[in-house]
Ligand binder design. Structure first.
Ligand SMILES: *Cc1c(COP(=O)(O)O)cnc(C)c1O
Length: 379
């Protein structure tokens, strides 16, 4: 068994043994799993790896895992910057919404600014008039505009097309800001489909942009888009690393990731509060549901394939199918299913969902029906 499976199994066994001491509903995060995901992914990519902290805001987890995150953090707001205040690692500011206050504060952190569009350079210019601004700046490209050309309707609204890039370069020269590199992100979960296109697009622009600036670009941030279950996808990282080597001779290539680092390192524990059946459909009502873990309800999927939790119950019974629901009155509050489950599930039993470490706790309707809020534990 691999180290990863060993760590995961020991986490699940620990939770099984201590389940009655934990207040539910709860998220449980494993520092060891986060560290292992970070280290293995960084090795697979063969470049520095920046942590996108929008995928997990648990302050205790971020501080206990901080010693793993040697290449720094990507933050999207002043609030996220505050979560990492005091860090000695590099901070990257990446959001389409700059405020002057955020730029001022972040410039004191020696942050790198990833500029999404032209008007953000005006905000930087305003700050620069009032205080020294020696921060690194990366210009962000829109993936579809750059890869598919001017006629393509973009899949997302981030970054710049080529005319905007040219205008941005003219503007940085005008206001006296140095550009250290380019940023491109093809979107979450798109690594398999689009990472090679990101590399090719940046390679195609490297000389042109360097020439327009009058100096070579030093940093290329290729985003990431690595899925949470990247170990199971048999990704050919060797070919990908080979494809990077040309760019790496010219600049430092970096990647950023959220879900691939935190996803498998988080668990959601909930307690059975009631059981019922309708026309032989067995329903388990839990104290945690979409009001604490919105993503388990799969409302954003066309075909809802529910997760199957571990049922921590010692009572054997005949094999039955179950669905697990939360305690709201929303018809979409279905969070899991179990087929031919041989546990006899009772009130008070605990149910554990895996792969809840990235985004689950945050994409959630808070205060819905004044239901219980979730606890967070870090192990
Ligand atoms: C959200 C985001 C990420 C992280 O996405 P994951 O799917 O969690 O890896 C990386 N880069 C940018 C620019 C993002 O907005």
């Amino acid at each position: 068994m691999s180290t990863v499976d060993n760590v995961k199994n020991s986490v699940i066994e620990l939770l099984r043994a201590t389940r009655n001491e934990l207040v539910t509903p709860a998220y449980i995060y494993s520092v060891e799993q986060v560290g292992l995901n970070y280290k293995d992914l960084k090795e697979a990519l063969g470049t520095p790896l920046v942590v996108s902290i929008k995928s997990n805001h648990c302050p205790e987890l971020l501080s206990r895992a901080a010693y793993h995150f040697e290449d720094g953090y990507e933050v999207a707001s002043l609030g996220e910057l505050r979560l990492r205040s005091g860090t000695k690692q590099k901070v990257y500011i990446n959001t389409p919404a700059y405020s002057k206050k955020m730029v001022e504060v972040a410039s004191r952190y020696n942050a790198t600014f990833i500029v999404d569009h032209l008007a953000q350079l005006d905000v930087i210019a305003e700050v620069k008039q009032e205080r020294d601004f020696n921060n690194d700046v990366l210009l962000r490209l829109n993936f579809d505009a750059v890869v598919k050309g001017a006629a393509a309707y973009p899949d997302d609204h981030f970054g710049m097309d080529l005319p905007a890039l040219r205008a941005a370069i003219a503007k940085v020269i005008d206001i006296g800001i140095k550009v250290s590199g380019l940023h491109i992100f093809a979107g979450s979960n798109n690594f398999l489909k689009k990472s090679q296109a990101c590399v090719a697009a940046v390679e195609g622009l490297y000389d042109l942009v360097s020439e327009m600036l009058g100096y070579p670009l030093a940093v290329i941030n290729l985003g990431g888009g690595i899925p949470a279950n990247w170990r199971e996808k048999n990704i050919d990282f060797k070919s990908y690393r080979d494809a990077l080597s040309g760019l790496q001779q010219k600049a430092t290539v970096i990647h950023e990731s959220g879900r691939a680092i935190f996803g498998t390192a988080g668990y959601f524990l909930t307690e059975v509060v009631s059981t019922k059946s309708i026309n032989e459909k067995n329903i388990i009502v839990c104290d945690g549901g979409m009001a604490q873990n919105f993503l388990l309800a799969k409302t954003e999927h066309v075909i809802r394939k529910y997760d199957t939790p571990f049922v921590f119950s010692d009572k054997a019974g005949e094999a039955k199918n179950y669905i697990f629901v939360g305690s709201s009155c929303n018809r979409d509050d279905v969070i899991g299913e179990a087929k031919s489950c041989k546990n006899n599930i009772d009130i008070g039993d605990k149910v554990l969902f895996e792969n809840c470490g990235a985004y689950n706790s945050m994409y959630t309707v808070s205060k819905f029906l004044a239901l219980k809020e979730y606890k967070e534990y870090v192990i």
